[in-house]
Design a protein around this ligand. Structure first.
Ligand code: OOG
Length: 267
């Protein structure tokens, strides 16, 4: 059983860091027992604290599902984090902010191109298959995941980043929802442009070979904690490329093959 007092202390520390937009140093440095399992206990407690203040669970995000991200962050296992309604950045919010993500909500945000899916059926169990995932999908979208580690310079251990809700901070849903059977998701490509220059490209195969594999992995990670995905929820399948810092002044566009484009304006 995880140490309840420590879980409470770490959950409160992380929520406060997020609310006050202040950096922390690695919590695992001070608490070596902060491993993946304890990290998930902290993450679950932060979700309870969020729900207690009125936020509603809307889905999950996967993290570290691509080699690019695993190598960059020095963590070699996929992880999951919770998403609530406050993580959703709507088109209206973007428009009201001149097409930029509201930077004052974050510490040092970075954005990542992803495949998102919405679910029409529940998904659960350690033995879930990619075909089960396919059958549960309502629509597939392009997506932009805003990550904002609560740790200085995004420096963290696996336990740290799990406790910190997989650096989850926000997400923008792309413009077009398609049926999963009308796309080859392994071949769906993204071109990442910063100020009009191509800085990265990838296809869905970058995500554990196929985005549906990543989602199945997310369901398995939830099953270990006795949790499941529910119809109506959204799943962010994990970054296809390395993240892009959203420093003021940079126009960032993610162009997908069939799923449309998502653009953040610079100044
Ligand atoms: C961890 C979260 C990474 C992804 O999609 O790989 C992530 C981080 O890099 O801060 O969201």
């Amino acid at each position: 059983m995880p140490n309840t007092a420590l879980v409470e202390e770490l959950a409160t520390t992380l929520i406060r860091a997020e609310d006050e937009r202040q950096n922390l140093t690695s919590l695992a440095d001070q608490h070596p027992e902060l491993d993946e399992e304890l990290g998930y206990a902290v993450q679950d407690r932060t979700l309870q604290l969020r729900e207690a203040r009125g936020e509603q669970l809307v889905g999950i995000k996967l993290g570290l599902t691509s080699k690019a991200k695993q190598q960059r962050m020095n963590v070699d296992t996929p992880i999951v984090g919770w998403l609530t309604n406050v993580h959703r950045i709507t088109d209206a919010q973007l428009a009201a902010n001149d097409g930029r993500i509201p930077e004052d909500l974050f510490i040092h945000p970075r954005v990542e191109p992803e495949i998102f899916v919405t679910l029409k059926h529940d998904l659960e169990g350690a033995d879930v298959t990619t075909e089960d995932v396919r059958a549960a999908i309502d629509k597939v979208y392009a997506g932009l995941d805003v990550i904002d580690s609560r740790y200085q310079d995004f420096r963290f251990t696996l336990g740290d980043v799990v406790a910190d809700n997989a650096s989850g901070a926000g997400f923008v849903l792309g413009p077009i929802g398609l049926n999963v059977d009308d796309l080859d998701l392994a071949l769906e490509a993204v071109v990442v442009e910063v100020d009009g220059e191509v800085v990265d490209t990838a296809t869905g195969a970058a995500i554990l070979g196929h985005p549906l594999n990543a989602i199945a992995e997310g369901v398995r990670l939830l099953a270990r904690r006795g949790r499941k995905l529910e119809a109506g929820q959204i799943v962010l399948a994990g970054a296809m490329t390395d993240a892009v810092a959203t420093n003021v002044g940079r126009s960032i566009t993610f162009h997908f093959t069939n799923l449309g484009s998502i653009r953040l304006r610079g100044t």
